[in-house]
Design a protein around this ligand. Structure first.
Ligand SMILES: Nc1ncnc2c1ncn2[C@@H]1O[C@H](COP(=O)(O)OP(=O)(O)OP(=O)(O)O)[C@@H](O)[C@H]1O
Ligand SMILES: [Mg+2]
Length: 276
């Protein structure tokens, strides 16, 4: 026991790869050491994930900052015409707006990763939230066409009502609708957003007939900052879906992505209904 205590005392955040040596017997002390070692396995994986996240986030933040600084430095090298100053101001404003959107997304990821008991929750009607998200997407992408379909609520009075944090849920729905618009620009068919009740859950399904993705890409869509090679010309940072997945987990819900390259994508969100 004393040896275990000594070994435990030497493990810090910077050497989480270390393990207790007394873990290969059958007795209770070995059992405790084994459990402690598997706790270290989990912590090591979580720390590695955090490190990757911070590295990728810094990279995403640095790119627009580099563009911004470069553009301003070049503009200041000599006197310019008012038109030129205007162009530089516009492009730096665009970069600053992108930075704002990105930092907002990162802050939301941090909030959604928090302890659920710290996030304020209240009854939220998902059908009303969908209308709100629809309006916002059209404001951002006026050419986008989305058909909304509302199924019959199973419980009258508490229709499509879930217990949740409204700003976070709105952001989840918005991310999915916005992706459907962004990645189906050349499609003639409208996007379908269908909300239904299934037993004790409410389901929102968003289908597009856009570019779709390969199975290999589909498996990575929840990895922060992942973006499919083919769509890199479309603006984005690869944080919408990882954020949506975190928000769904925070609400005891789920997200599922089905897709076929060149055919389209279907995203299904499910959340537990408020029990009446
Ligand atoms: N509806 C869709 N059709 C085709 N590909 C999609 C669709 N939704 C997501 N993807 C793929 O999954 C990747 C991750 O999506 P995500 O929403 O996280 O990032 P993004 O939309 O590229 O950027 P951001 O959401 O940060 O603005 C996308 O870059 C794209 O490759
Ligand atoms: Mg997105």
């Amino acid at each position: 026991m004393q040896r275990i205590v000594q070994e435990v005392d030497t493990i810090t955040a910077s050497d989480l790869h270390r393990r207790l040596s007394q873990a290969d017997g059958q007795d209770e002390v070995s059992h405790l050491a084994q459990r402690f070692n598997s706790l270290l396995d989990r912590l090591e994986t979580a720390f590695a994930g955090q490190r990757t996240f911070v590295r990728d986030a810094s990279h995403e933040l640095r790119t627009p900052l580099t563009v911004l600084t470069g553009e301003l430095e070049v503009a200041l090298l000599q006197e310019r015409s008012p038109t030129e100053y205007r162009r530089v101001l516009q492009s730096t404003l665009d970069a600053a707006r992108m930075l704002t959107a990105l930092t907002n997304g990162l802050l939301q990821i941090a909030r959604a990763s928090d302890d659920p008991s710290q996030v304020p929750m209240a009854p939220v009607r998902l059908d009303e939230l969908l209308l709100q998200a629809h309006e916002e997407v059209l404001r951002r992408q006026p050419t986008c066409r989305i058909d909304l379909e509302f199924g019959e609520p199973t419980m009258p009075g508490s229709a499509f009502e879930v217990l949740g944090n409204e700003p976070l849920l709105l952001s989840a729905v918005l991310n999915v609708l916005e992706n459907a618009c962004k990645f189906s620009k050349d499609s003639q068919e409208p996007i379908m957003a269908i909300i239904t009740c299934l037993g004790r859950e409410v389901q929102l399904q968003v289908r597009d007939r856009g570019v779709g993705m390969t199975e290999a890409d589909r498996q990575q869509v929840f990895v922060p900052f992942f973006r499919a090679e083919a769509i890199r010309t479309v603006p984005g940072h690869g944080i919408g879906l990882p954020l949506t997945a975190k928000i769904m987990a925070l609400h005891s819900g789920s997200i599922r992505v089905d897709s076929e390259l060149g055919t389209g994508t279907q995203v299904t969100l499910r959340l537990p209904l408020v029990r009446s």
